[in-house]
Every structure is written in structure tokens, then in C-alpha cells.
Design a protein. Structure first.
Ligand code: ACO
Length: 315
């Protein structure tokens, strides 16, 4: 398959580090050097589904296709207002498509897992065009009293349209169950039969463990693919990594021995928008002319689970 269109949508509300320090014991002087984040876009009066639908429509427009051309929709989402139906169903109606839609929850690695599922559908000859939409509002998962976590995240949606082609050179997925490092727990409706203790817990993160995992998993997934394909890190033109923390990106870059110019970033202005991060960055690079047809791209993401993945593709 190949990507023929991209789109993204982010909330209009910008929250700077200085705004956070008005109600949290934090500061730009702490946040920026440790994360590379200056501000993030946060959902206020928008609905995540509307951002997702807008990103999808932009991707379709960019691809020169209409909703009726899409055979399958894959939506990557960790949380939204609906428990059911799936966000993919809402997006399907919102863009006026009639094809099947599924949701996946692979945390921040969702775009890579969605690409893998799409590739399998192309290989099986089941589809001509696929729409992937990654839509996330992690700012609704964190406690805004917890400076360890809430300063890191922003919201948004990114989308990609895929059609038949041989541009995907390899995909590597990795899962290593470590559910105490990064998690959130919600309580469900009580029943007369529930006897266990239940408690909602906002997003919890062991930051340094996540940092180490992120570097090891992302550089490992990319190096695995490069080895499999007989390629060197030099043969990649652009590394589009999950935008969680500039220090994580820089450490992965050091492991790969590559120049900063190959690593476009938007973490400074977006924060970490979970699985939407990679496709938003892809869309920005597509629209601002950084990507040229024929360029070799490595995309890589990591997140709760732990789940990670990488893809090497020709643009
Ligand atoms: N402002 C001020 N002080 C803070 C803040 C804050 N926002 N957050 C934590 N601190 C304090 C801590 O309380 C601690 O204080 P103490 O020493 O008095 O106990 C001190 O700063 C140091 O805290 P550390 O956690 O050791 O700081 P560290 O240098 O590890 O940086 C960070 C923390 C930025 C979270 C880092 O560990 C990191 O980036 N980890 C990866 C996080 C990540 O990428 N998560 C998401 C990936 S997966 C996904 O995308 C869902």
C-alpha cells in the first residue's frame, strides 16, 4: 500500500507552560528543558469526534478521493466521550462513508498498528482504499492537579488515506506487558453483585521507566527493520517519531547516529497527542513540502502497554 493523502485537526485552545504554572507548582523553566514542550492544544468546547471527522475529510481531499471510495476505516483511539459505539462508527457517519469501521486501542503506537492492519487487508486483496484516523484527547485522562503527567499532553486528530502500492518496506510491532508503568483505571457502572473494591485512577506514569522503554523500543524496532531490509540508518531521509519528549527523540537520534535535520518535530507546540502525534506530524511534513515522493521514511511510536512499532516506507 501507499499513503496518498493526509489530514489533521487540532483544538483551538492553546495552553502555555506559563498558563499551567498559574494553578500548578510548575514552570516553563522546568517543563521546556525536560520535555521540549512550550505549549499544547487542549480540547475545550470542541468534541473529539468533530476533530476526527475534519482530519478525515482533509485527508480524503488531499488524496483526491471521496468517502464512497473508502472500503475500510481504522480508528485509533484510547478514550473519547463514548464507550460505545466505537469512534470509527461515528467518523464513518460523519464523513458519509458506508464501509466497515473498527476501533483499535494500542495507546500511542496506534498509527503503526493501524498501518499494519491496513497492510494485511491490502495483501489479502480485501480493500482498494483504507482510511486511518487517530483521534485522541489524553488531556481528559490526566489529573490536572498532577504536575508529573498533565504538562506532557495535548489533543488532536491525524488521518491518512491508503491505496494499493508497494511503498511499505517493512513493519515491526512489539508488545511487552508492563501495565504498572503507564495506566489509567475507570470504574464502570455498579451492579448489585460487585463486591470488589473499585476506584477511578487518573493517568499514572513512571516517567523514567517510560523514558527508558521508549528509547530502547523505538531504536530497537527501527534497527530491526533496517537490518531486515539490509539498509543503514543513513538511507532514511526522514525519521518521524512519536512526539512525547524532545529528549527521547534526541536520544533515539544519537543511537541511530543521524543528524537533527532528519527528525522533524512538533512536540514544542503540540505536546504528546498519543496515537494522533505521528499522523499529525506526517500531515504537517506532507503539507509544508518536507516530504518528496521517493523519500524513505521511518515512522516509530511507543506507549502504554508497553506497545511500540516502526514502519519503513517510501513516500
Ligand atoms: N514541574 C515541576 N516539577 C516537576 C514536574 C513539573 N511539571 N513534574 C515532576 N516534577 C518534579 C518531581 O516531583 C521531582 O521532584 P522531587 O525530586 O522533589 O521528587 C522532580 O521534578 C524530578 O522528577 P523526575 O520524574 O525525576 O524528572 P525527570 O527528569 O525524569 O523528567 C519526565 C520527568 C519529563 C516525565 C521524564 O521522565 C519523561 O519524559 N519520561 C517519559 C514520559 C513520556 O514520554 N510519557 C509518555 C510516553 S507514552 C505515551 O505517549 C502515552
Amino acid at each position: 500500500m501507499k499513503i496518498v493523502g493526509t489530514g489533521s485537526e487540532i483544538p483551538k485552545k492553546i495552553v502555555t507552560n506559563d498558563m499551567l504554572s498559574e494553578f500548578l507548582d510548575t514552570s516553563d523553566a522546568w517543563i521546556y528543558p525536560r520535555t521540549g514542550i512550550r505549549h499544547r492544544h487542549v480540547i475545550s468546547d470542541e468534541k473529539l469526534e468533530d476533530l476526527a471527522i475534519s482530519a478525515a475529510k482533509k485527508a480524503l481531499d488531499n488524496a483526491g478521493l471521496s468517502a464512497s471510495d473508502i472500503d475500510f476505516i481504522i480508528c485509533s483511539n484510547v478514550v473519547n466521550e463514548y464507550i460505545t459505539p466505537g469512534l470509527g462508527c461515528i467518523i464513518q457517519g460523519g464523513i458519509g462513508a458506508t464501509c466497515p469501521a473498527i476501533d483499535i486501542n494500542c495507546a500511542c503506537a496506534g498509527f503503526i498498528y493501524a498501518l499494519d492492519i491496513a497492510e494485511t487487508h491490502f495483501q489479502a486483496g480485501k480493500v482498494k482504499n483504507v482510511l486511518i484516523v487517530c483521534a485522541e484527547e489524553p488531556t481528559r485522562m490526566t489529573s490536572w492537579k498532577d504536575r508529573n503527567v498533565c504538562v506532557l499532553f495535548g489533543d488532536g486528530a491525524g488521518a491518512a488515506v491508503l491505496t494499493a502500492g508497494d511503498n511499505i518496506k517493512g513493519i515491526k510491532l512489539s508488545t511487552a506487558s508492563a501495565t504498572d508503568k503507564l495506566y489509567q483505571i475507570r470504574t464502570l457502572e455498579p451492579t448489585p453483585y460487585i463486591t470488589k473494591q473499585e476506584e477511578s485512577i487518573s493517568l499514572q506514569m513512571r516517567g523514567q521507566d517510560v523514558f527508558k522503554f521508549a528509547v530502547k523500543a523505538s531504536s530497537g524496532d527501527i534497527k530491526y527493520l533496517l537490518n531486515e531490509l539490509g539498509m543503514s540508518p543513513d538511507s532514511i531521509d526522514h525519521y518521524l517519531l512519536h512526539q512525547a519528549n524532545i529528549r527521547i527523540i534526541n536520544t533515539i537520534r544519537d543511537f541511530l547516529g543521524q543528524p537533527e535535520s532528519k527528525f522533524p518535530t512538533n512536540v514544542e507546540t503540540h505536546g504528546n497527542s498519543s496515537s494522533a502525534s505521528c499522523p499529525i506530524l506526517l500531515d504537517e511534513c506532507n503539507r509544508n513540502g518536507i516530504l518528496k515522493r521517493g523519500d524513505m521514511l521511518a515512522l516509530s511510536a511507543f506507549g502504554a502497554g508497553f506497545m511500540s512499532g516502526a514502519v519503513i516506507m517510501e513516500w
